[in-house]
Every structure is written in C-alpha cells, then in structure tokens.
Design a binder for this molecule. Structure first.
Ligand code: RAM
Length: 515
C-alpha cells in the first residue's frame, strides 16, 4: 500500500485549486402566510397576506409572523429591525425558524432527542440589545419559509421588522439551461424542481442536502454529476469532488463514503461497500462527458484500488460477505434490507465500468475481466433462486427491490430475462420496498435499461409528480407515498427537503426523452 497520507496532499491541492466562486443574489419574501397541519400531517398554507403589511406590524411578546419566499433558497439572512414606542429599555428577544417546506414550520424540535442531532433543526434564539439594528446571521440556511417569533420586548416598545433579505448562494450557473421541449406541464414542473434541487445542492462541493448533512457523499455525487452534465455542465466541480475523494482514503485504500471540507479537507471514517465502488462509474462518466483524459489517467489508480477493495470483500465462492449490520453497504434506507445481493450487483456494475474505463485509458484490465467472470457466475449460481426466479440475499434469502434492481443494472442477465424479472418484481411487490428517491432512481433506470422508456416515464410522473402535488419546490431525501412522514431518523423534523439524490428526473428526461 502506498503512503496514503502523502498522496492526500497531492489530491487535495488539486481539489482546492478548483474551489468554485459562488454566485450570489438577494431574495426577498413574497408574502406573509399562515400554515397549518393537514390530515396527512403535512404543513399547508391556509392564509396569505401581502408582504407590504410586514412593516405595519407592531410585534410584542408572543407575536409571530411567517414569511414566504415563494421558492427554496440556500444562503444568509439579514433582518432590518426597528421599533415603535420606546425607547427600548430591554433587549429584543426573538426566535427565528427556517423551513425548507411548510411541514417543518408545523413541527417542534422540543422532543427530538433520537437518531440524529437536534442541531440540524434550523432555529435560532437571538437577543438584540440596540435598536434599530441590521442583523446578518452568520449561519447558512436552506429555506423557503422564515418564521419570526417575538419572545419579548418590554412594556415600553414593540419591534418592527422593516425588511428581510436573503442572499442566496450556489455554484450552479443556470445560463446554459434550456426549457424542456414538451407540452406536458407535469414533466416541465418535475424538470424545474429537479434542476432547482441540484442548483441548491451545488455549493463548494456537490452537497447531499444544504440543510442536512451539508457535505459531500459519494453516492449522491454519482447522481448529481449525471444531472449536472445535462444541465449546468460544471465539469470542474465534479473534478474537484473526485480529487477530494481521492485524497479522502481510509486505511484500506477505500475512499471514505463522505467527507468534510471545513475547516480543512477530511474524510469521515465511514466506509460503505457500494459507495467506495462508485468512484469508478463517476470517473468513467466524467471522462465520457468531459474528455478530460489527464484527470482520468491521474485518478485511474485510485479507481482500480476501489475495485480491489471491493473484491477483497468476497468469500471463497466469489460472493460478497454479508456483514449483517445495516450500514456496511447503503443501497437504501429501507429498514431491515439485507445488502448482500445488492452489494454483489454493485461490484459487478463497477467492474464493468472499470473495464470500460481501463480500455479508454489503455490500461491492463485482464484481472478485472477475470474477476468479472467469477462474480457474475457466482451471482447466477448462488444468489439466483431458480424456483422463485428472484435474486435472494443473506442467510434469510430475502427478496427485495434493491437486489433485483441492482442485478438488472449490473446486466447479469440479458434484456429479456431482466424485463421478466422486473415485471415479476412489480407483481410481487415485496415487503422490502423502496423509501428513497435514490433507490427509486435506480428502479426507473432498470426500466430504461430494459428498453421500457414509457414505463419509466410513468413511474417518474407518479412518484416525483406526487411530490410536486405535495408542494415540493425541491425534491426530498425520503418519500414514501404510503407514509409521507417516513424517516430513518426517528422523526421527519430532521429530514432534508432539498436532497441531491432526488434530482435525477432532469437527467433522465434530457438523456433519454428530449435530447
Ligand atoms: C444520509 C444522507 C446522504 C446519504 C447517506 C448514505 O446521511 O442522506 O445523502 O448518501 O445517508
């Protein structure tokens, strides 16, 4: 093994040189709204008032106002606050709460002490000692709604919010994007929301979600990069992220599943079997889109190494060893999902990408070809259940969407057999279903791989379209139409509502339908 620490500096220097300059714009609220919970537990706007009335409101103890910016933005808020009456003889004490969507405004963080940190909930308590004041909050928020609650003023004065400004930031430049050439309004809407999702996730890196986790995850990067090639075409940001992951290797040589770039570049110590392998398809896609041979050659060894690490996870029968615990391979957030068969399929998929990449770069790929033969045969012999006609996973021989879909994407069988499998899967509709747009993307891609574009489109329209009907300005991290408040984190209050991995309809539309 080479000296990974020393190599990190080489890769990180390249990544740092590609740090983007962010585009900034001032946004202002469009109206004052009242939001209530509907019978599905989701927030809904029930009343809307002209924004011009904001500065006429004299706000004392307990007053509350919710501002609607009419779209999702990521950035920094500035409040211009004065007073009526006075002079102010006590500090103004206010609470700010930011919501990516209306539901968050209806939820309270008071009881959230499970799963993830409560600090992800976007709320601040603030004292303002001297009025009038211009207060720029230091933290970056992801929001459409801002609720301001006055906790207290004094008997002498009331607070007046004269103006609220929000400086939005992104590294995505929309000037190259054309509207889709279709009369289907739902498709156009889904496309717009997809692009907005990607735009707001494109910051210094391709973030997974600008509210949470606000960092670079490799599984999200794979999909964001694909959508970016068809829209913003920011090749340098993909290149930067590839170099960041090349620097962010764990002791085994595997790239970390996610990383931070502040205060300096550092890999989180999470290894995910599938995520590390995705370095290979991401590099291949990048090369095919950008023709940047220099970068691909520079990163080839890192890519090859990911395949070696993946192969080292096989048993003597060439089957990926099932590590049992939920978070050794990702695939989806579905509770109880066994990852073994899906992991095997991602290895096959990535080996194929590695072979294609190696050929383009003129590298020796004989070992990869030999291993590909081994793992495909093993999948067919050991994981394929001939009676049930499904791939089974783990000691319980579980049948899931994730296992079948990834085996289809890996092209283990021919197109006809794959499509039969897909139809059988939909008919069986196993309990191990899909809960994220991430997994849903792969499901839709399985139809495309089988040449069934119309069915793929129907699924996009019903799944992402339903999110649009539910008021999505940007697509969400989790969406289970059968349980709209589903969360792997104990409560939807920490769910992310602008989540990179859900931005792919624009990629599918532009690559397969309207090119
Ligand atoms: C979550 C985030 C991220 C994802 C990982 C596996 O923390 O949603 O997008 O890639 O899980």
């Amino acid at each position: 093994m080479k000296n990974i620490r020393l190599e990190s500096d080489y890769y990180y220097d390249k990544a740092d040189a590609l740090k983007p300059v962010l585009l900034r714009k001032i946004r202002t609220p469009k109206s004052i709204v009242e939001i209530e919970k509907n019978n599905e537990g989701m927030g809904e706007i029930v009343k809307e008032t002209d924004i011009s009335t904001l500065s006429d409101m004299y706000m004392g103890r307990g007053s509350r106002v919710c501002l609607d910016f009419a779209n999702h933005y990521v950035g920094y808020v500035t409040l211009h606050i004065s007073y009526a009456g006075g002079p102010p003889d006590a500090p103004l004490f206010i609470k700010l709460k930011f919501g990516e969507n209306a539901t968050e405004i209806t939820e309270s963080s008071d009881d959230y002490n499970i799963g993830l940190s409560r600090s992800w909930v976007q709320e601040e308590w603030l004292h303002v000692d001297v009025l009038p004041a211009v207060v720029r909050m230091p933290r970056r928020y992801a929001m459409r709604f801002l609720e301001i609650t006055v906790i207290d003023t004094s008997g002498h004065y009331k607070a007046v919010i004269d103006k609220v400004e929000f400086e939005s930031v992104t590294s995505a430049d929309e000037k190259n994007i054309k509207e889709l050439d279709t009369d289907d309004e739902l498709i156009r809407q889904i496309d717009r929301v997809s692009i907005k999702t990607l735009e707001d996730c494109m910051q210094d890196v391709f973030e997974d979600g600008p509210k949470r986790d606000r960092r670079l995850w490799i599984g999200d990067l794979r999909l964001e990069a694909l959508a970016n090639y068809k829209t913003f075409k920011n090749y340098d940001l993909v290149k930067r992220c590839l170099y960041l992951f090349a620097g962010a290797r764990l002791e085994s040589g595997a790239v970390g599943a996610c990383m931070f770039t502040e205060p300096k570049n550092i890999a989180d110590n999470i290894y995910l079997y599938d995520y590390a392998l995705f370095f290979v398809p991401i590099l291949l896609d990048y090369l095919k889109e950008s023709n940047d041979m220099e970068t691909a050659l520079d990163l080839w060894e890192v890519a090859y190494n990911q395949l070696e690490v993946g192969i080292s996870g096989l048993d003597e029968n060439n089957i990926v060893i099932d590590r049992g615990a939920a978070f050794w391979c990702f695939l989806d957030w579905k509770d109880g999902l066994n990852k073994q068969a899906g992991a095997q399929a991602v290895l096959i998929y990535s080996l194929k990408c590695g072979i294609e990449l190696g050929k383009l770069l003129g590298k020796d790929i004989s070992y990869l070809e030999q291993k590909l033969g081994d793992v495909v045969s093993a999948a067919k012999e050991i994981l394929w259940d001939k009676e049930q006609k499904f791939f089974v996973s783990g000691s319980e021989k579980q049948i899931s969407y994730a296992s079948q879909v990834w085996m289809i994407l890996a092209g283990v069988f021919d197109t006809e057999t794959n499509y039969d499998l897909l139809k059988r899967l939909v008919e069986l509709d196993p309990e191990m279903n899909m809960v994220t747009p991430y997994m849903y993307h792969n499901f839709v891609m399985a139809f495309i791989e089988c040449g069934k574009k119309d069915e793929a489109m129907e699924y996009i329209k019903s799944y992402w379209g339903e999110m649009v009907h539910d008021g999505a300005d940007t697509f969400w991290e989790l969406y289970n139409p059968k349980n709209k408040k589903e969360s792997p984190y104990g409560s939807s209050i920490v769910n992310s509502y602008c989540h990179a991995w859900s931005c792919t309809p624009t990629y599918i539309f532009r690559k397969y339908f309207f090119n």
